[in-house]
Design a protein around this ligand. Sequence first.
Ligand code: 5RP
Length: 237
Amino acid sequence: MNTPPAAEAMKRAAAARALEFVEDGMKIGLGTGSTADAFLDLLAPLVHAGLKIVGTPTSQRTADKARALGIPIEELDMLGPLDLVVDGADEADGDLNLIKGGGGALLREKIVAASGLRMLVIADETKLVDRLGAFALPVEVVPFGHGSTARRIAAVAHARGYPHMVPVLRTKDYAPYRTDNGNYIYDCPFGAIENVPLLAVTLSTIPGVVEHGLFVGMASALVLAGPSGVRVIVGPP
Ligand code: 5RP
């Protein structure tokens, strides 16, 4: 699906604003998705002009793109704590909680976000919602027994007040979609999540669940672009 030009321009505007947070010598976590791609496109000319940064990618796709653009990358373990992580989101709320994983990279994105001193979320303003959950929550599971794991996810959801939630196995080319880590993803349409931290903790306790796309207390700021400009919503220090 092609992104409409206006949405494209907003993603670029958010990415451009995020560049203002980049400083010489920084170690930067590089997100995944179309908005994160826009950030890479804008970062590359600065690198070619002499900006010294090193990035660590959150997916194979981002690693490939960064290499193609000539942005230096290194494995996370070689870099240690990151100065900055710049990534997109599928939804964000006013408390800076996020749903991520629409692009399938949630596990590495969360590991990289957890390694960052600051995480900037870049997005067009349609991603800001009153309550998370209209976007089906991606949950990464190990392939072994994944159907049983999905049934446990559903049972937990039903017990927690989401009686109609049915996890849907993500597919690609008529086969289960495989993440960079070789796992499967179930997209879980919760609708409207009442208590995000509680659901996040609960999902993490289910055997077979590797990670879920709820990012709680990880984002430092939302950089949101709309038709009338870019605004930055900063979280608690
Ligand atoms: C990938 C993600 C992306 O950040 C999310 O899907 C947003 O993507 P886009 O910038 O293309 O809207 O979580 O796993």
